[in-house]
Design a protein. Structure first.
Length: 144
């Protein structure tokens, strides 16, 4: 029964996504949608590069401390993971910001100006930091 519910929900969500894509394409045009997809591929690559293994490592460290009953050490682990996440987010943002001209010319073949890449670079740090707050609530809920 659960499999049927998941399948139906997945089909409904994919259908809504397809209809929304058609609506957005009609409103902003196919060229703007193509630029959006190109910029999003750079954004997703930067996020993948910076988050590889971070969730698992931080979950392990924090959960281990809370499981042992070391609340203070658990909070220290949370603080260090937040700082590490912020540094990774800033580093990834700086890489995209610094190399946006090269990315635009060589990877995207000058189809996109650097301005959307600059906007993406500012978004990466915010994404990382708030993603960690979601992770903190998940870890503490599982451990307590």
């Amino acid at each position: 029964m659960n499999g049927i519910i998941l399948t139906i929900t997945s089909l409904i969500m994919k259908s809504i996504s397809m209809l929304f894509g058609i609506y957005v394409s009609n409103k902003i045009g196919s060229e703007a949608l193509g630029v959006f997809n190109l910029v999003m591929s750079v954004y997703l690559f930067a996020i993948t590069l910076a988050t590889s293994g971070l969730n698992i490592a931080c979950t392990y460290l924090v959960s281990e401390q809370f499981e042992k009953g070391n609340v203070l050490d658990g909070l220290k682990a949370v603080k260090s993971c937040l700082i590490f996440s912020l540094l990774l987010g800033l580093g990834s943002s700086l890489l995209v910001f610094s190399f946006s001209n090269i990315i635009s010319q060589n990877w995207l073949k000058s189809m996109v100006s650097c301005m959307p890449l600059y906007l993406v670079a500012t978004r990466i740090t915010v994404y990382f930091y708030f993603k960690r707050f979601k992770w903190i609530f998940f870890c503490t809920k599982k451990s307590i």
